[in-house]
Design a protein around this ligand. Sequence first.
Ligand SMILES: *Cc1c(COP(=O)(O)O)cnc(C)c1O
Length: 375
Amino acid sequence: MNNISDIWFSFSHIYRIIMKKHNFSAGPSILPRVAVENAAQAVLDLNGIGLSILEISHRTKDFEEVLDEAVALFRELLHIPEGYSVLFLGGGASMQFCMVPFNLLERKAGYINTGVWARKALKEAKLFGEVETVASSEDRNFSYIPKGFAIPADLDYLHITTNNTIFGTEYKTDLDSPVTLVADMSSDILSRPVDVSKYGLIYGGAQKNLGPAGVTFVIVRNDILGKVSRAIPTMLDYRTHVEGGSMFNTPPVFPIYVVRETLRWLKSIGGVPAIQKLNEEKAALLYDEIDRNSMFTGTAAREDRSLMNVCFVYSDAHKDLEPTAFLDFAKERGMVGVKGHRLVGGFRASLYNAMPKESVQALVDCMQEFEKLYI
Ligand SMILES: *Cc1c(COP(=O)(O)O)cnc(C)c1O
């Protein structure tokens, strides 16, 4: 055991050989290979200090550097303006469903109901005050993003879900809102440029586009905090974490390490504009095939199609076919995670930032081969 790098080399070699699946999982999901490799190395030995990232105090210089760099990269890549804090917390995006109204809802909040996650967020807010559903796409099984709705000026905030992971719809632009805008960006953070100055608060779980499960990011404009009259438990008060620099208690050390590695990778390939271009190419490749292929049809309204989660079902002519027919066919060709959510049925391919274009091409090839069996 005295030569860690030898062991590391053989480990990473085996790892490359066995990891050859095309991973379309909706979350937790594919990460950049280099981030996974560096994280694996840091589990064995962090920066050559003779200790694992899993074994060190969060108060060490080695970890504080990781956290500081993760925050700095987040700020740089998303152009986060002065006056905003970047936090890394526990509890998942679901904890934010309650932290947001706990900290921001005094009298009345507005929610746009675009799917399961939006509805869950709305449900929590009702525990804290009046909630108005400003717009909803529930009438057509959340297959579109509502448009042209008026935002009441008397709301404490308006909550949106920018990408609806389950239904495959996505806002294409930042909403103009006369009231504080709060956004769940769990599944499209850093996939496209965002004008952060239009938002009061942005949050999300890391496990879709940023890192492993276990850490949640929050970007909050400091001046919206401290306005509600209720008492807030210390751990649920954003101000605790703003003042403590996400170090009030032990933060999720290892997930933050992986986030730092993912952000380094994103910067190295050209940042958000570069990944947006790639994401658009990947999504176009798959949506074009769905539109061309006689076996399949997309479920989301064309103008609202998500770049991240592509949902499709069998076309009418083949709707009696069992979903497993295509799923098994795809699985034999190394595709995993293609099963649709039960609320939509059919298929869902998630094309997060780390998904290589080659994997999307492999899925398209697979769909074309599948079609040949039936014509
Ligand atoms: C996955 C997801 C969530 C839930 O995240 P957790 O970290 O599991 O709580 C919330 N919102 C959206 C949009 C998601 O995709």
